[in-house]
Design a protein around this ligand. Sequence first.
Ligand code: GLY
Length: 355
Amino acid sequence: MAAKAQFSRRRFFSTAAALLGGWPFLSRLQGGRAVAPTVQRRGTQLVVSSANGLEAAKTTYRLMSRGSDTLEAAISGVNLVENDPDDMSVGYGGLPNEDGVVELDSAVMHGPTHKAGAVAALQNIKNPSRVAQLVLETTDHVLLVGKGALRFAKANGFKEEELLTKKSRERWLKWKRDLSRRDDWLSDDEEDRGIARKVARPTGTIHVAAMNSDGDISCVTTTSGLAWKIPGRVGDSPIIGAGLYVDNAIGSCGSTGRGEANLQNLCCFAAVELMRTGLAPEEAGLEVLRRVASHTTEKRLLDDQGRPNFGLKFYLIAKDGRYAGATMWGPSKFAVADRRGTRLEECAVLYQREN
Ligand code: GLY
């Protein structure tokens, strides 16, 4: 029995080492074990968000100060942006898929219970984060998609409504008028493959993470996803470990930007695991971005210096109260709310734009 346990442990660590091969944090493994950072409970109440979440961060912080649960506070924060017709990357007024239909993705994760809920490709419901919260609270499932997610939302009393606004319809019609090879169907011709990527394709999203003074952490990510996407495309936002991840003993990470890159690297899970080994939030975010860059090899996704030509950002909280934003391309900001107020701060940058 003891021999079997020893074998399993050895196998676990060699498998882990193989999976993590080449990562700098391997040097932080002590005696073959990943070492968790020292937890210093400072009673820090903190909210971190993507830059479009300044008001959301403020609201989340205020609600937590009044005793609201971290997840409830964070969802209330992002609801402001989901309901805002002028934010064309999230909820109502979000940019549609190639058929002109708005499809929303969202995930929520509650640190204290380590439970998650998510919806993907949800149509006609303004607040996918609230539907994701109900998946977490009232089902044994984590992710509902498409028609099933809509049926679930309607069964729970959510009202179906048209999410395309006049403004987002006009943007979609302009894209259709300009349409040539600029879509997501990759040409057989290698030279044509880069065209879709050279056209501005909004992938705005909001992420809010909240830590209360007990050190409990929850977070939410919500989006209308990539504009003009192939119907049914699901991005990173509703995927646990990609669009967001929390380990209540370690910290949290959430993401905005090119979902496909994040899905291929499961970045938020990786970043939290890096923090577990002792990396600061900023170092963990940059290290995951480096990994994405090294895994990006297709010509259409690279600039003339071989760097990824897309944006990707992470928003990180460590249990001891440290936090960071980290971006593939800077300068770029993220939102913070704490006892010093609500503000935008600079992200740590992997590649700096020249102008
Ligand atoms: N990160 C948002 C998306 O790609 O859908």
